[in-house]
Design a protein around this ligand. Structure first.
Ligand SMILES: Cc1cc2nc3c(=O)[nH]c(=O)nc-3n(C[C@H](O)[C@H](O)[C@H](O)COP(=O)(O)O)c2cc1C
Length: 302
């Protein structure tokens, strides 16, 4: 079989292969908690971080659903200084390409975080989780063209790193938000985040999750995510990272054919920690068997 070039350059972000974890579903500790060498991944990704410590939502945080899970964690975390001091050294040791995901309670917080992280070495790119709810009127940036453009533009003003805008599926027309991010000067788009969802316990007659509503992830959302990637790929000329229910190499290849240049894997890795390795190997095997010499050749072929 031919040797395949699995590397890809996404708007200045160089990856040795297109597979990385999705934010919030992957963590690393000092004592090497994963059963494989994370250096083989295209990149590693932190959970979304805020400026200050956040407690998150009341329990229960997660429940199972048909072909997926619903979570309402509320993005708990220790804050950016803790991440820089305690987590980043571990992530850097684990992989040469570290992407930091940032959250924000409004446009200003994204800018402050980007400014702070720009001074920190060893961060390859920032992913903006634009789906966090804002204290003011519960506005979600990724649902609003103006706020999306503003957030990206303000972050670009202070950051020298490639910026990824992570889009939400909970919108009427995702291509409008993608265009807004492009106007703001974004380098890369990633999509999708979880899909708004809930579950009700018929015995207690109450919502199952402590927060009552949450976000659906896993195989149930894959066809939705795939269509959105396809739509966005036909609208803007920007590299796309596909996310949503990717559980094996066939799923990942579908996203590449739809126009994604890379993929993030979340829920599937909670079930099978080795799934990202299997996806990398599966894509390479598929490309070789199909007679391609590089990953780039299949991007957007569908
Ligand atoms: C438990 C859990 C925590 C998550 N935390 C974050 C987060 O902190 N930031 C973010 O941008 N997305 C977060 N997500 C969304 C995932 O990154 C991803 O967009 C979504 O789960 C869809 O991918 P999947 O179906 O492969 O899981 C979280 C998802 C789950 C299941």
């Amino acid at each position: 079989m031919k040797k395949v070039d699995m590397s890809i350059n996404l708007g200045g972000l160089q990856l040795k292969n297109p597979v990385m974890p999705a934010s919030g579903t992957f963590d690393l500790f000092e004592d090497n908690n994963l059963p494989y060498d994370t250096k083989v991944l295209g990149a590693v990704m932190t959970k979304s971080i805020f400026l200050k410590k956040r407690l998150g939502n009341p329990l229960p945080l997660i429940c199972e659903s048909t072909s997926g899970l619903i979570n309402a964690l509320g993005t708990p975390g220790e804050g950016v200084e803790y991440l820089i001091k305690n987590k980043l050294p571990i992530f850097r040791k684990a992989n040469q390409t570290v992407i930091v995901s940032i959250g924000g309670d409004g446009v200003k917080e994204y800018k402050l975080l980007a400014e702070r992280l720009d001074k920190v070495e060893g961060i390859a790119a920032l992913e903006l989780d634009l789906s966090c709810s804002n204290n003011v009127d519960n506005i979600i940036i990724a649902r609003d063209e103006f706020l999306t453009e503003q957030t990206v533009a303000q972050v670009k003003e202070v950051s020298t790193k490639p910026i990824i805008a992570k889009l939400s599926a909970n919108v009427t027309d995702i291509t409008k938000i993608a265009r807004a991010a492009q106007r703001g000067g974004v380098d890369i788009l990633s999509l999708i985040n979880t899909v708004s969802a809930m579950a009700i316990d018929i015995k207690t007659k109450k919502a199952v999750l402590g927060n009552k509503v949450g976000g659906l992830s896993g195989p149930a959302i894959k066809p939705i995510a795939l269509k959105m990637v396809w739509d966005v790929a036909h609208t803007v000329d920007l590299p796309i990272i596909g996310i949503g229910g990717i559980s094996n190499s066939e799923d990942a290849i579908e996203f590449l054919l739809a126009g994604a240049s890379a993929v993030e894997v979340g829920t599937a890795a909670l079930i099978n920690p080795l799934v990202m390795l299997e996806i990398i190997q599966g894509i390479e095997k598929y490309l070789g068997q199909q007679g391609y010499s590089s990953l780039e050749e299949i991007i957007g072929l569908a």
